[in-house]
Design a protein around this ligand. Structure first.
Ligand SMILES: Cc1ncc(COP(=O)(O)O)c(C=O)c1O
Length: 408
């Protein structure tokens, strides 16, 4: 029956993580998968989350199904987190929010919805983007194209031109050519894989272009709190909500609450008015019902408690700040160590890029050498998860990088 199937090539990042687990070297360093590790190299369980779980256990309660759209408490808490409590879009009831199975679940439900209700709309993603974006939207039957984003520089120019920034003018120029109702996928903060974000002024300049062309922004907010802060990282969401445009935002708690396996996320659609939001929520529910029926109860309990409890909320905010500051410290340390070893090279990208990831510019061959000779694992695109560094492995990482730099 199934002998004709193509073997699954595996997800490149998850496969790399499996290879890392099997690597017998004691001093191996995992800088590939997008997970925050603490100073001891562990995936932390946040105290705020542990306490929320203890409260849930003590209170007992039911294990019944949640509604298709998820927990009302969580959906309300997510709206406050994204838009700021009391935002006009919330007060006027024009935001449809569903709890989803991680933000991946939200992205896919949104993709299925677009395929059903805006047939013919193509999706435009940044070049480069998280690999799964293309897979998900194409999997929903949509055409996926790219808009210019990251400036890779030009090593063959004379003298070689260093890149590293954002190709903002080229990005806007492409968006100005798109047909109305094209979907534009935007990373709200901490761009994956490059770590290069739009500045607040660039977001401000982007909104009129999106509006004039009647485009449909689709924000992916997977790293809230890892860039400049929980509130600051919601800047793009609030700017678009203030503009009155219709848009999607899929947000995740995997990283911000360190609850990866709980699959905690949400999808919100900001509509023109409450009547439209009701229609959208209804059809989103139909999409969920024929996919996974309803999301998880435990995820809802954690997220709604942490976000709304007067003690747990500030505790969580402090824990997010500590994770963000530890990453910033590691960026500085790696930068300083590399700058000392290779004074002629520019490593300032480690300081300017935001969030968990840095695009190092290392070639696939250099990444292979790092892994094979030194046990330092990066993604072959040259993406490094800076959140995998700690004071025990940063020097070894700098020495290994320094050894492969300057070689082909
Ligand atoms: C850009 C981006 N979007 C979405 C996700 C999905 O997150 P989750 O499904 O765990 O919420 C990730 C996870 O790595 C990501 O990097």
């Amino acid at each position: 029956m199934f002998q004709h199937l193509d073997p699954y090539a595996g997800d490149p990042i998850l496969s790399l993580n499996e290879a890392f687990q099997k690597d017998p070297r004691a001093d191996k360093v995992n800088l590939s998968i997008g997970i925050y590790f603490d100073e001891q190299g562990r995936i932390p369980v946040l105290d705020s989350v542990r306490q929320a779980e203890a409260q849930m256990l003590a209170e007992g309660g039911t294990k019944s199904y949640l509604p298709i759209e998820g927990s009302a408490a969580m959906r309300g808490a997510v709206q406050g987190l994204l838009f700021g409590p009391g935002h006009e879009a919330l007060a006027s009831g024009r935001v449809a929010t569903l709890q989803t199975v991680g933000s991946s679940g939200g992205l896919k439900v949104g993709a299925d919805f677009i395929q059903r209700w805006l047939p013919g709309s193509a999706v435009w993603v940044s070049d480069p983007t998280w690999d799964n974006h293309r897979a998900m939207f194409e999997g929903a039957g949509l055409q996926v194209h790219t808009y210019p984003y990251y400036d890779a520089g030009d090593a063959s120019a004379s003298p070689p031109r260093q890149g590293g920034g954002l190709r903002f003018d080229a990005m806007l120029a492409t968006l100005r050519t798109l047909p109305a109702r094209s979907v534009v996928l935007l990373h709200a903060c901490c761009h994956n894989p490059t770590g290069v974000d739009l500045s607040p002024a660039q977001w401000q300049a982007l909104v009129p272009v999106l509006r004039e062309r009647d485009l449909l922004p689709y924000l992916d907010l997977a790293y809230q709190g890892y860039g400049d802060g929980i509130e600051a990282d919601a800047h793009a969401v609030r700017l678009l909500a203030d503009s009155g445009m219709t848009f999607f935002v899929a947000n995740s708690f995997s990283k911000s609450m360190s609850v990866y396996g709980e699959r905690a996320g949400a999808l919100s659609v900001v509509c023109a008015d409450a009547a439209e939001a009701t229609l959208v929520l209804g059809q989103m529910k139909a999409t969920v019902r024929r996919n996974y029926s309803s999301p998880g109860l435990h995820a809802a309990g954690i997220v709604s408690r942490v976000l709304t409890d007067a003690t747990l909320r500030p505790q969580w905010e402090a824990e997010v700040a500590a994770m963000r500051e530890r990453i910033a410290k590691m960026r500085r340390q790696l930068h300083d160590l590399l700058a000392a070893r290779r004074p002629g090279d520019d490593f300032s990208y480690f300081l300017s890029q935001r969030g968990m990831f840095s695009y190092t510019g290392l070639s696939p061959a250099q990444v292979d050498r790092l892994r094979d000779e030194f046990g330092v694992y990066l993604v072959r695109s040259g993406r490094m998860c800076v959140a995998g560094l700690n004071s025990g492995n940063v020097e070894r990482t700098a020495a290994a990088m320094s050894a492969v730099l300057g070689t082909a």
